[in-house]
Ligand binder design. Structure first.
Ligand code: ADP
Ligand code: C5P
Length: 253
């Protein structure tokens, strides 16, 4: 059986109820809106290894030496900046309960740390969370996406909060990513803000849950954690059967 396919297939043959199909939660939002913070809070509350976080930033394409020399002119906020094919392949493997190697991205060097990966493996009762700035981009892969996305969380702040996000971004990029204030402001005006309007904001309508105030919203995070716990406890929803999809769940906060 192992020669023929995946460990998941082998397990399914051994015991049809032993294998569950991971469900995926997509988290979208503008820069520094709190996507990572909210995901970390959810994972921390779940206290175990049933949820793994895959960050779309890990799938940034590395820049060539030439591009790197002119990084200030590179648009990191266009969907083409990502290796989406590899991201989807990785998600497919996780869906089949296979471990994956997620690249580690260096924001200072604009490339992946060569030969180093983060091993992500989900065991039983898994759920995957994926942080995607561009949910709308996945419309290009609609079939895959509809199979993948169980529900979407929009950690989206209102346009009026753009100043808060910009302030956070200035602090993060100067402290953690080796940038100066002038380059952060220049990049924000040329690339980040237009991409937010073109790619991120339109994805809001796909969200089942909007979290105002991001990581400050403990009530919303608690409700989401409760929802995930309920889903993980629903044995019948998560078995691997072809053509059976998890029921779309929608709730409002
Ligand atoms: P995203 O993943 O959406 O880019 P992060 O969660 O990484 O955003 O947050 C970006 C920066 O803002 C980080 O330095 C983080 O510590 C900070 N931050 C996030 N949420 C808050 C908050 N509610 N209050 C203060 N700082 C925050
Ligand atoms: O939403 P978040 O702030 O996590 O998105 C990552 C940001 O990192 C993008 O807005 C992009 O402009 C920025 N970036 C960068 N340099 C890179 C790769 C991404 O400034 N090498």
């Amino acid at each position: 059986v192992y020669a023929n396919g995946t460990a998941a297939a082998a397990l399914e043959l051994a015991s049809p109820s032993a294998v569950r199909q991971p469900f995926v939660i997509g988290v979208s939002g503008g820069t520094a809106s709190g996507k990572t913070t909210v995901c970390d809070m959810i994972i921390q509350q779940l206290h175990d290894h049933r949820v793994v976080l895959v960050n779309q930033d890990s799938f940034y394409r590395g820049l060539t030496a030439e591009e790197s020399a002119r990084a200030q002119d590179y648009n990191f906020d266009h969907p083409d900046a990502f290796d989406t094919e590899q991201l989807l392949e990785c998600m497919g493997q996780l869906k089949r309960a296979q471990p994956v190697n997620v690249p580690i991205y260096d924001f200072k060097k604009h490339r992946r740390c060569s030969e180093s990966f983060r091993k992500v493996a989900i065991t039983c009762k898994p759920a995957s969370m994926i942080k995607l700035p561009f949910l709308c981009e996945l419309r290009f892969n609609l079939i895959v996406t509809l199979k993948f996305v169980h529900f979407l969380l929009g950690s989206m702040m209102d346009q009026s909060d753009a100043d808060v996000r910009l302030a956070r971004r200035i602090r993060r990029d100067t402290v953690e990513r080796g940038r100066d204030i002038s380059s952060v402001l220049d990049q924000y005006g040329r690339f980040v803000k237009p991409a937010f309007d073109d790619f991120v904001l339109p994805s809001k309508k796909y969200a089942d849950v909007i979290i105002p105030r991001g990581g400050d919203n403990h009530v919303a995070v608690d409700l989401i954690v409760q929802h995930i716990r309920t889903k993980l406890g629903q044995h019948d929803l998560c078995k691997i059967y072809p053509n059976v999809h998890v029921v779309q769940s929608t709730f409002q906060i």
